[in-house]
Design a protein. Structure first.
Lengths: 371, 108
């Protein structure tokens, strides 16, 4: 019977949650790296026992951890993230030029065919790559050297590259998203980049339809249809049917179209999930009700999923990397909250139950479907 | 200036904060052999060579600057803003006093 392993990054360590395919009974391992912020953990599709973790601290900086036995033991990997050449400047919050400074790794994306190849999205926004299992990291500088980069500004959480999608159909096509620069696409393995923000409308910037400057919170795709992208923006849920060439809004009947994560059903490419949050200044669910919203029509028509989720006095947030979906049938949907709960639905969202309820604030959730 | 401080080999006692001891997989203070002049720079370089997991956690690997929330103490003195190539106190070089890497008391 298949198993699942849920990788949870929190403000104070990492936790691994494992279950069989029923996803009803769970073993909890952790905290790993207790006391450190774990922005993200992810397993290699090529070798599920190869895990990578981004461990960081305001005191001690960035550490990368690597496991070759599914998280039983860990070893430190390379943590030198040096921008290539003269880093240059982007805009600071006050509009003045500010030098690019590495702060932390927000997202690790192992390549599908090789457990030693991993992409890392970092703050200040840049994309790095390792081909030796994390021993050394090289920047793909074409993104940071894009002609628009001098105009990029950080969002409230920092100028982070938080989303990396590797196109499973087109070798060399990579999508990334940066807060608050927007979404970008490369068709040559990260050498050159194109802003893909046409159709986005952001009232918080001087030109609401500018080429860059949009606070994209997350993008997602279904691997069977990589030209179809879904986006949770600062405000607005968006959809592209042409690989990011243009976007249209699909917020429809959501109670709020502000939020952070967005994800796609494992077997139904038109079924997507978001967690509406009240507003950009009130980072909690509307009306104190924690509701996942599911659209089976690729957007616009949404249904609230509430069975098993708190429907009163709930004021947690769900961060951008804190939702994941397994590959079982029916697929499991997972999300973690800033209140330390990790919820699972083993039936694609119809019913929910907490796996754990008292972890530190959850930053990221990933899931591996294991044989 | 002592002979050890100028050119010999010294064994320096280093006290690390708890998180770095965990990262380096050591208990208590560590003893680091330092060749040549015993300065903050040479001690930290020898420390990082002995425990590569500490690379980048005390000093930025690119700029070599001390991380802002870490301080360096010895002999009841704050050496954090001293020149990195200045010799450490004789008592540290002689092994009578440890060199302390201290995490700032802030948040957490």
């Amino acid at each position: 019977m298949s198993r699942v392993r849920v990788l949870v990054g929190t403000r104070k360590g990492a936790f691994l949650l494992t279950s069989d395919g029923k996803r009803a009974s769970w073993e909890v391992s952790g905290p790993h790296f207790g006391g450190w912020e774990i922005y993200h953990l992810k397993g290699s599709p090529a070798d599920p026992d190869r895990l990578y973790a981004s461990q960081s601290s305001g005191w001690f900086g960035q550490v990368i951890q690597r496991s070759s036995d599914g998280g039983k033991t860990w070893e430190t990997a390379g943590n030198k993230f040096a921008y290539q050449g003269v880093p240059g400047t982007h805009l600071w919050y006050d509009g003045t030029p500010h030098p690019w400074e590495f702060a932390r790794v927000w997202h690790l994306e192992p390549a599908p065919g090789d457990p030693d190849t991993v992409y890392a999205g970092v703050e200040d926004a840049a994309l790095f790559k390792t081909t030796d299992g994390g021993r050394s990291w090289q920047e793909l500088p074409g993104l940071r050297q894009h002609r628009s980069a001098g105009l990029w500004q950080p969002g409230a959480g920092g100028m982070c590259l938080h989303t990396i999608l590797l196109d499973p159909a087109r070798s060399g096509r990579i999508f990334v998203a940066i807060s608050a620069a927007g979404a970008f696409r490369s068709d040559d393995g990260g050498q050159t980049w194109l802003p893909i923000n046409k159709g986005l409308q952001s009232e918080g910037i001087p030109d609401p339809t500018a080429e860059v400057g949009h606070c994209v919170h997350r993008i997602a795709m279904h691997r069977s249809r990589p030209d179809v992208l879904f986006m949770q923006k600062h405000w607005d849920v968006m959809r592209s049917d042409d690989g990011g060439g243009s976007w249209r809004e699909v917020s429809g009947n959501l109670p709020s179209d502000f939020g952070f994560p967005i994800d796609v059903h494992a077997h139904e490419p038109e079924t997507i999930y978001v967690v509406p949050i009240k507003s950009d200044s009130e980072h909690y669910p509307p009306d104190g009700k924690l509701r996942v919203y599911r659209s089976r029509t690729g957007g616009n028509e949404w249904e609230a999923l509430t069975n098993g989720l708190p429907q009163r006095d709930c004021y947690v947030n769900v961060l951008r990397d804190a939702m994941a979906i397994d590959a079982l049938d029916p697929c499991g949907v997972y999300f973690g909250t800033t209140g330390g709960q990790v919820y699972v639905s083993a039936d694609a969202g119809d019913r929910w139950a907490p796996i754990v309820q008292h972890l530190p604030a959850v930053v990221s959730v990933e899931v591996q479907t294991l044989p | 200036m002592s002979a050890a401080g100028a050119a010999g080999r010294a064994v320096i006692r280093v006290v690390l904060p708890a998180h770095l001891r965990t990262l380096a997989r050591v208990d208590g203070e560590v003893k680091i052999e330092v060749e040549g002049p015993v300065t903050q720079q040479s001690v930290l370089t020898a420390l990082e060579a002995r425990y590569p997991a500490l690379l980048g956690t005390i000093r930025d690997q690119v700029t070599q600057r001390r991380r802002p929330f870490l301080r360096f103490f010895a002999c009841e003195e704050d050496l954090s803003n001293e020149a990195s190539d200045a010799l450490l106190p004789e008592a540290v070089i002689a092994g009578a006093e440890p060199y302390l890497v201290v995490g700032a008391m802030a948040g957490g």
